[in-house]
Design a protein around this ligand. Structure first.
Ligand SMILES: Cc1cc2nc3c(=O)[nH]c(=O)nc-3n(C[C@H](O)[C@H](O)[C@H](O)COP(=O)(O)O)c2cc1C
Ligand code: SF4
Ligand code: SF4
Length: 247
């Protein structure tokens, strides 16, 4: 079993690629009703994005509810380039035999304009090649710590991560501009179940993982997070997977 959390599809794709090569099943943690009993499973995999050099809240909650496991455990985090000490933290919560970070397109459009075009294709292609090697190592049950932590990892995964959770996850800056067509996709797909349409327009409750799925997947690009995202591109891996350049 490979359990994944994903906002804009990178981690979903990574989990799916590994599952295809290892013969495992990839399951979204926000789409299962009950956590299956994994005590007799041979292999357990976790895949998730890095948020502010740390592990996203829904994955932390999921890990806390997992049953005891004695087989081969591995985890892959997807990130724009720096995972900080998140995979060391993970190892303290759940014994891990093998962990990897893998660079994928950065979806944090609140911070900067995301990459697009050829740059994104090259990143995804490189990740695909690397995943083939990772899958082989998983099948061979090789123990590994192959994580790009980045500079000042301790400070980023402690002080900066706490700052992100305290101040950067508010839903107050979200709004939909007048391009909104009331299609309901944002309400349907928010993994925190926090968006509801009121008189045809989305409104956000307080709970938010800051996965940025809503803002990146609105078909009209109508969702903004304060003025910072106005005029910025959007990122969803599905835009690129449809293109035959990835084969
Ligand atoms: C709120 C937020 C914080 C992020 N923080 C980091 C970070 O600390 N380091 C990094 O390399 N990438 C960071 N990213 C980029 C994502 O980890 C990366 O794009 C990931 O592959 C997205 O996965 P997904 O498409 O499965 O949601 C962040 C993205 C978001 C939305
Ligand atoms: S996804 Fe976009 S267009 Fe559809 S309801 Fe939400 S904001 Fe409006
Ligand atoms: S409101 Fe948007 S950013 Fe927050 S959890 Fe839902 S989809 Fe993700």
């Amino acid at each position: 079993m490979i359990f994944y959390f994903s906002g804009t599809g990178n981690s979903r794709w990574v989990a799916g690629q590994i599952a295809e090569m290892t013969g495992d099943k990839a399951v979204s943690i926000t789409e299962i009703e009950e956590i299956p009993d994994i005590s007799s499973e041979k292999r357990l995999g976790l895949v998730f994005p890095i948020y502010a050099w740390s592990i996203p809240e829904p994955m932390l909650d999921f890990i806390a509810r997992l049953s005891k496991f004695h087989g081969f455990s591995f985890a892959v985090c997807t990130c724009g380039g720096e995972a900080g000490l998140s995979m060391k933290k993970l190892g303290k919560l759940l014994p891990m035999k093998s962990v990897y970070s893998i660079t994928m397109p950065n979806n944090y459009i609140v911070g900067s304009n995301p990459d697009s075009g050829e740059v994104v294709f090259e990143i995804i292609k490189a990740a695909g090649t690397r995943l083939a090697g990772i899958a082989e190592e998983i099948l061979a049950e090789k123990e590994n710590y192959m994580v790009v932590e980045g500079k000042m990892a301790f400070m980023k995964s402690s002080v900066a991560s706490r700052g992100f959770n305290a101040f950067a996850r508010s839903t107050k800056p979200f709004y939909a501009d007048d391009r909104c067509t009331s299609c309901g996709i944002c309400e349907r797909d928010c993994p925190a179940g926090t968006i509801h349409l009121s008189e045809g327009k989305p409104e956000w409750n307080k709970k938010c993982y800051q996965c940025l799925k809503c803002i990146n997947s609105c078909p009209e690009n109508a969702i903004q997070y304060s003025s910072r995202t106005v005029g910025r591109k959007r990122y969803l891996i599905d835009f690129y997977l449809k293109d035959n350049r990835l084969g």
